[in-house]
Write a protein that binds this ligand. Structure first.
Ligand code: NAD
Ligand code: UDP
Length: 323
């Protein structure tokens, strides 16, 4: 059945891929964004579609729209972006959640919230199951994002218990792919950009810290399965690829795939509170959503490098100086 679907942060990296899929399925899609960390080029190809609308709006302000489903993705996601204006980051998570939950309550829409593996902080349990309550520094440089997202999860469950809002919470682990902002400072975009330009690859720390990288198509599939999954399954559920790599391995693979002469260099010490290791336990997503990622890192990374080769970097304004 055709639904009216709101995607906040819809012009961003994940949001634009989600809009693509929803438009393709014939739904009426409203993409809402303030373009803090994205640009119109991500959704330019959708503007002429009859079932796609773009609204420039900031989720920290209320809005009324008649919709059946809300994917709440609006929030800067890269450390360099969310630490640029940390107070605004917390406002976006918390007030954004309140405004979108208020809307969901009013129009009786189902709402999915994009939470994050950062709710686990620098984890002492490995891999991370949803039952792990995390190890977050509440006053560190990542706290604006981590605690903002934790509070948004609290709001989701309180609106559900108190107001019977139909909620879905997903905890997204590091996701990469085409349309990442080339200057977002995230490890995949930095390494790909540097490798293509033949510049040094900037390892932070000795590169022994780990991450588990999920390709965007797999992640978007998980989001949609969760939104349309079992009626009484509200999450939180981890979505991510359980294949774990050190950051040095990622650098080596990027150099190999880009066929570059870049050297891998320890550029600076590990940033404060940078998690040492991260890998999702996805048993719950497998069981409840029959979901698991399909795209191996080598394949997804090759597509991402291809994307970075194809874009004109001059057209991208670094949204923050932190790249
Ligand atoms: P992104 O920065 O590309 O997209 C975020 C979008 O939200 C951008 O288009 C930005 O302009 C918009 N936005 C930011 N603040 C806003 C505001 N106040 N009002 C309206 N729009 C606003 O990042 P992404 O990687 O696509 O992340 C999307 C969501 O997924 C975020 O909520 C993020 O926290 C979550 N997430 C992503 C990852 C990942 O690895 N990509 C991991 C965990 C969680
Ligand atoms: N990192 C790195 N070089 C870079 C950018 C990031 O070594 O140029 C490291 C960073 O310190 C972290 C990991 O790569 O350990 C992932 O960083 P990212 O900012 O992509 O996301 P995070 O998972 O930390 O939110």
């Amino acid at each position: 059945m055709v639904k009216r679907i709101l995607v906040t942060g819809g012009a961003g990296f994940l949001g634009s891929h989600l809009c693509d899929r929803l438009v393709e399925q014939g739904h009426d899609v409203i993409c809402l964004d303030n373009f803090f960390t994205s640009q119109k080029s991500n959704i330019e190809h959708l503007l002429a579609k009859r079932n796609f609308e773009l609204v420039r709006h900031d989720v920290t302000e209320p809005i009324v729209l008649e919709v059946d489903q809300i994917y709440n993705l609006a929030c800067p996601a890269a450390p360099g972006h969310y630490q640029y204006n940390p107070i605004k980051t917390t406002k976006t998570s918390v007030m954004g959640a309140i405004n979108m939950l208020g809307l969901a309550k009013r129009v009786k829409a189902r709402i999915l919230h994009a939470s994050t593996s950062e709710v686990y902080g620098d984890p002492e349990v490995h891999p991370q199951p949803e039952s792990y309550r995390g190890n977050v520094n509440p006053i560190g440089p990542r706290a604006c994002y981590d605690e903002g997202k934790r509070c948004a999860e609290t709001l989701m469950f309180d609106y559900h218990r108190q107001n019977r809002v139909d909620i879905r919470v997903v905890r997204i682990f590091n996701t990469y792919g085409p349309r990442m902002h080339p200057y977002d400072g995230r490890v995949v975009s930095n390494f790909a950009r540097q490798a293509i330009a033949g510049e040094d690859i900037t390892l932070f720390g000795d590169g022994s810290q780990t991450r588990s990288f999920c390709y965007v198509d797999d992640l978007v599939d998980g989001l949609m399965r969760m939104m349309n999954g079992p009626a009484d399954f509200h999450g939180p559920v981890n979505l991510g690829n359980p294949d774990e790599f050190t950051v040095r391995q990622l650098a080596e693979l990027t150099v190999k795939l880009a066929r570059t002469k870049s050297t891998i260099r320890q550029a600076r010490p590990l940033p404060q509170d940078d998690p040492q290791r991260r890998r999702p336990d996805i048993s719950l997503a497998r069981k409840m959503l029959d979901w698991s990622p399909k795209v191996p890192l080598e394949q997804g990374l090759a597509k991402t490098i291809e994307f970075f080769r194809s874009i004109d970097l001059g057209r991208y304004r670094p949204p923050t100086p932190n790249y």
